[in-house]
Design a protein around this ligand. Structure first.
Ligand code: B16
Ligand code: MG
Length: 217
C-alpha cells in the first residue's frame, strides 16, 4: 500500500530551477565558458559540485580543486542573493495544495533535495512544517541519480521504498527514484522525463487520488 510521497524541491515545489540556472549563467559568462539550456537541463537535480563539473566540461583549460571550490562558492553566493528575497508567493501554483492533500489522505510527506539550501528555502516558502522528514545533500554522500537520497527519506519516514512515490522534475531524479525501488512521477516535459511512470505538466496537476484509488495493471 502507498504510505508516503517524497517530493523534490527545485522545479517541483518552487521554481528555483530558473534561479539556479541564472546563477550558473552569470558564473559561466564571467569565466568565459559557454552555457546553454541543454547544459542547464543536465544540471537539474545534480548537486553543486557535480553541476560545476558539468559546466566545466565546456571549458578550454583545466581548473584546480582550489579554483573549483571558489567557483562553486561564487555560484552559491549568487544563488543565495536571489533566494533571500523569496516568499510563499514563489511556491509553484498548486504545490501547497498537493502536499496538504497527501497529508489529508493520511500519507506521510518527505523532501529529497540535492540542494544544501533546502532548509532555508522551505522556511522562506513557509512550508517547513508540512514535512515529516527533510533529507538534503548535507545528509547524504551520493548525488542523484544514486538512490541514496530517496532511500534516506523513506528510512526517515519509517516506510519501505515500495510504499513510496517520488516526484521529480529532473531525469537524474527519476533515475534516483527508480533505483530506490519507488514509482516515479515526473513534473515537466515528457521528452526530458521519458523514464517516469507518469509525467504531469506541473505540480498543479498532481492528484493523490490517482494513486490511492484501486489501480488495474
Ligand atoms: P545547492 P533539487 C537541486 O535541487 C537542483 O535541482 C540543482 O540544480 C542544484 O544544483 C542542486 O539542488 C544543488 O543545490 O547548490 O543549493 O546545494 O532539485 O534536488 O531540489
Ligand atoms: Mg528538481
Amino acid at each position: 500500500p502507498l504510505k508516503a510521497v517524497i517530493f523534490d524541491l527545485d522545479g517541483v515545489i518552487a521554481d528555483t530551477a530558473v534561479v539556479h540556472h541564472a546563477a550558473w549563467k552569470r558564473l559561466a559568462d564571467e569565466i568565459g565558458v559557454p552555457f546553454d539550456d541543454a547544459t542547464g537541463e543536465r544540471m537539474k537535480g545534480v548537486d553543486r559540485r557535480g553541476s560545476l563539473d558539468i559546466l566545466l566540461q565546456a571549458a578550454t583549460r583545466p581548473y584546480t580543486e582550489a579554483e573549483k571550490h571558489t567557483l562553486a562558492t561564487r555560484k552559491n553566493d549568487y544563488y543565495r542573493e536571489q533566494i533571500e528575497h523569496l516568499g510563499p508567493r514563489n511556491l509553484l501554483p498548486g504545490a501547497r495544495t498537493a502536499i496538504e492533500q497527501v497529508r489529508q489522505a493520511g500519507l506521510k510527506v518527505a523532501l529529497a533535495s540535492a540542494s544544501r539550501n533546502a532548509g532555508l528555502l522551505l522556511e522562506r516558502l513557509g512550508i517547513a512544517d508540512l514535512f515529516d522528514a527533510v533529507v538534503d545533500a548535507n545528509r547524504i554522500s551520493r548525488s542523484k541519480p544514486d538512490p541514496e537520497i530517496f532511500l534516506a527519506a523513506a528510512n526517515a519516514l519509517g516506510v519501505a521504498p515500495d510504499e513510496c512515490i517520488g516526484v521529480e522534475d529532473a531525469a537524474a531524479g527519476i533515475a534516483s527514484i527508480h533505483a530506490a525501488g519507488m514509482a516515479a512521477v515526473g513534473i515537466g516535459q515528457p521528452l526530458a522525463l521519458a523514464k517516469a511512470d507518469l509525467v504531469l505538466p506541473s505540480i498543479a496537476a498532481f492528484d493523490i487520488g490517482t494513486f490511492t484509488t484501486t489501480r488495474t495493471a
